[in-house]
Design a protein around this ligand. Structure first.
Ligand code: GRF
Length: 204
């Protein structure tokens, strides 16, 4: 990735609790980075207010106003380049990004997912885990590739599933782990001390 570009572009669609964990980590110097811009595809996303409260620039780029997925992706790329973003962090961004977007920021896009990938990709990872009956699930931060939830894994944290767990109780515990590992995974990526071997993220 571009050396020394610690400018983050954070993409959200909703409540933005992972965004908040990144804002807090930057404020507390646990993560040396600048949040250059927060972009939401949803005009009403609660996370936008979190960003504004922290004095971070926000943009709404509503996918419904674009004729195609690729036109939307192009607009996103242009907006992020306009803010000189070096690393894109997906934080509850509920849109699939096409190859055009992924290529524009190749190896410089992270996502957080509420399961231990490669188990339970896609929507409702917590519910999938409960329905499958696994005893352990968790959270994964991975590099985004054109394939959904399938890129190299940067960090994971496990969460045990109890007999009485519901989607809500499990989601709450997974979220605690998400908030812990996402800022740390971003710091690892920004350190530049890594390389990809096969599909492995390897520290150097
Ligand atoms: C998180 O569970 C994350 O893993 C998933 O979407 C949710 C976003 O939550 N990708 P929030 O908007 O960060 O609170």
């Amino acid at each position: 990735m571009t050396e020394n570009n610690r400018r983050l572009g954070i993409l959200i669609s909703g409540r933005g609790s992972n965004l908040q964990s990144i804002i807090d980590a930057v404020a507390e110097d646990r993560l040396v980075a600048v949040i250059a811009v927060v972009v939401s595809n949803e005009p009403g996303a609660a996370g936008l207010q979190r960003a504004r409260l922290a004095g971070i620039e926000t943009l709404v780029i509503d996918h419904r106003t674009f004729p195609s997925r690729s036109a939307y992706d192009t607009a996103l790329v242009e907006a992020l380049r306009g803010y000189n973003v070096g690393l894109v962090c997906l934080a509850g961004f509920m849109r699939l990004l096409g190859k055009g977007f992924v290529d524009a920021f190749s190896g410089r896009i992270l996502n957080i997912h509420p399961s231990l990938l490669p188990a339970f990709p896609g929507l409702h990872g917590q519910q999938q885990a409960l329905e499958y009956g696994v005893r352990v699930t968790g959270a994964t931060v991975h590099i985004v590739t054109p394939d959904l939830d399938a890129g190299p894994i940067v960090m994971q944290a496990s969460v045990a599933i109890g007999e009485d767990d519901t989607v809500q109780s499990l989601s709450e515990r997974i979220l605690v782990e998400e908030h812990r590992i996402y800022p740390e995974a971003i710091a690892r990526l920004l350190s530049g001390r890594w390389r990809i071997e096969g599909r492995r993220f390897v520290k150097i």
